[in-house]
Design a protein around this ligand. Structure first.
Ligand code: GN1
Ligand code: MG
Length: 588
């Protein structure tokens, strides 16, 4: 009986009494030391899910952008998507059963789901480069072995999703090997860029910050397949630095500055992956050394502009939508709705929510502002594109557009956001449209924004609604936020409990000086800007150019200061009304 083996093996992976963890935004995630029993149990659960679905299931051991000391685990369903919500619930039940309750919980689950235990099981296990991932993935394998078969390997999260999908579609999505993944993506990239006239060396080179993680390893493996059509300068490749430390997509996005360890010259195109390479952000510095970030919102805009134009050229009537979360910059939403006239949806944070919403459209482009996203094509959309590419009566322009769309589909990892696939797509789009990173950046201007974290005793006291844009609990918090937001123009702020860290996240954006305290505003370099009144009166003394430059600088710092001030004030409200622990948040 397999249950005897479960009992025997689970004794090697004991649960610390009383420890309660929840399957959150991206599975279980916490300090690696607390996860051994969770891994074993997720091995068991994945095997049951495999028996239930009669398909290969994936288990990924990673804590993505979290610090090196953390780890985590999440399950991947047969088509490469996140595990279905009911099974997230089972995961939490199984994880929290005390040692003696494990077997009854397992048996109860088998009964509820009517699982045929004689059915074969197949589980792919992936892991990132964290030190703890080695032993934790072995714990998963122990769980799998107690009930079924396995696969093991060092892969990025999106590679695992891809492998699972290929395996369960009998190769229709691609070959279920890492080599197959590199070949599929590289061939599509080469096809897309081969006819681009005058692609300069600048367009063919890109700086990549690998966050000292698995993405660095894997992107250098892929480079040979790209046949010099894209040449990468890889930084933070894991040879010396620490995973995600002062580098990687999350650091760059949240800190709004370049990562450590990357030598950037003015105007050079750079990108950063996160720790498991399912996110990407781009950036550059201008000639005045100012940092410019191109995040998930800018990526979504670039890709939707590209796809919309291709559909027009192809004469295909397919509905495009962009899915965002509350973290999307207000300027991006406005641009997409008002200028591009595409449908925009807002969902809760977490890729599973965005992915689900994107599936409702012919072409659903989803990106979290942090750079996690991809594009989904419905079956109908893919068929229409294929048909047109084969149609001998269609004119050359339409057919060319259909071929380009077909190669674009092959370049995209539709199972989940994928830094490597997204990077190739962005590079192809920039090449095809002959755009520089500065031109891309200029499509719209981000509203200054700030993200902060507040420590509270129990973050579950915060309950949200309206895709997390408003709080319903604790009492008085939303009213306080509303009052604070009113002090600023074009301002927006919301708070929500994180699903991956023990903090409450605060987001604020604003574009106006209204509500700022008067007096001096200090630049980061320590210089003092004149206050508003003296600026107005002293304009006569300035040359026009100098006045404009000065004004632009002031605007940029003052606007940023509004976003910072609002974020700080909202953090204080959270601290006061939601059980903040430790010192009150300090102004930035
Ligand atoms: C503001 C933010 O970036 N939140 C991230 C973060 O979730 P939180 O629930 O906010 O901790 O990690 C998730 C998993 O990687 C990612 O999907 C999400 O976008
Ligand atoms: Mg990640």
């Amino acid at each position: 009986m397999p249950f005897e083996e479960v009992t025997q093996k689970s004794a090697h992976h004991p649960k610390p009494v009383g420890l309660v963890l929840q399957y959150g935004t991206a599975g279980f995630r916490t300090c690696a030391k607390k996860l051994d029993h969770i891994m074993f149990r997720m091995g068991l659960l994945a095997t049951l899910r495999s028996k239930k679905t009669k398909a290969t299931i994936g288990v990924m051991v990673t804590a993505s952008h979290n610090p090196e000391e953390d780890n985590g685990v999440k399950l991947v369903d047969p088509m490469g998507e996140m595990v279905t919500p009911a099974w997230e619930g089972y995961a939490t039940e199984l994880a929290n059963a005390e040692q003696e309750g494990l077997l009854p919980t397992l048996k109860d689950l088998i009964e509820r789901e009517a699982i045929d235990m004689a059915q074969e099981a197949n589980v792919f296990v992936g892991k990132d480069t964290r030190c703890s991932s080695e032993s934790l993935s072995k714990a998963v394998m122990d769980g799998v072995c107690a009930l079924g078969g396995h696969y093991n390997g060092l892969v990025t999260t999106p590679q695992l999703h891809y492998l699972v999908c290929c395996q369960n579609t009998q190769g229709r999505y691609g070959e279920a090997t890492i080599k197959g993944y590199y070949q599929k993506l590289s061939q599509a990239f080469i096809q897309l860029t081969k006819n681009v006239p005058n692609r300069t060396d600048d367009q063919k080179t890109l700086l990549v910050d690998g966050a000292n993680g698995i993405g660095a390893l894997k992107v250098s493996e892929m480079e040979t397949y790209l046949k010099k059509e894209l040449q990468l300068s890889l930084f933070n490749d894991g040879s010396s630095g620490k995973l995600n430390h002062l580098c990687g997509a999350d650091f760059v996005k949240v800190q709004q500055r370049a990562p450590k360890g990357v030598e950037i010259s003015a105007g050079e195109r750079c990108c950063s992956y996160d720790g498991d390479a399912d996110r990407i952000v781009y950036y550059y510095t201008d000639s005045a050394s100012r940092f410019h970030l191109l995040d998930g919102d800018k990526i979504a805009t670039l890709i939707s502009t590209y796809l919309k134009d291709l559909l027009t050229q192809a004469g295909l009537d397919l509905q495009i939508a962009v899915v965002q979360t509350a973290y999307a910059n207000g300027s991006s939403t406005r641009y997409l709705e008002d200028v591009m006239k595409v449908i925009v949806r807002c969902t809760k944070t977490g890729v599973k929510h965005l992915h689900h919403a994107a599936q409702e459209f012919d072409i659903g482009i989803y990106f979290e502002a942090n750079g996690h996203g991809t594009v989904l094509f419905s079956k109908l959309a893919e068929e229409k594109i294929q048909q047109l590419a084969r149609d001998s009566n269609a004119n050359d322009e339409r057919k060319r557009a259909a071929f380009t769309l077909h190669n674009t589909i092959n370049l995209i990892n539709q199972t989940v956001g994928d830094a490597m696939s997204d990077m190739l797509l962005i590079e192809a789009v920039l090449a095809i449209r002959g755009m520089t990173v500065q031109q891309w950046d200029a499509i719209y201007t981000d509203l200054p924004n700030r993200q902060l974290k507040v420590k509270v005793a129990d973050r579950r006291v915060i309950d949200t609604t309206d895709a997390e844009r408003r709080t319903v609990r604790p009492e008085g918090l939303q009213e306080a936020i509303d009052l604070l937001v009113k002090k600023y123009r074009r301002a927006r702020s919301f708070v929500r409990p994180s699903g991956t860290e023990d903090v409450v996240r605060v987001y604020a954006e604003a574009d106006t000086q209204v509500g700022l305290r008067g007096g001096e505003h200090n630049l980061p370099c320590g210089e003092t800007l004149p206050d508003r009144d003296s600026l107005v009166f002293s304009q006569h003394a300035f040359s026009l150019l100098y006045a404009c430059q000065c004004l632009m600088m002031i605007c940029s710092y003052v606007f940023q200061e509004s976003a910072d001030a609002l974020a700080h004030e909202v953090s204080l409200a959270v601290h006061q009304l939601a059980g903040g622990v430790g010192e009150e948040p300090k102004p930035l």
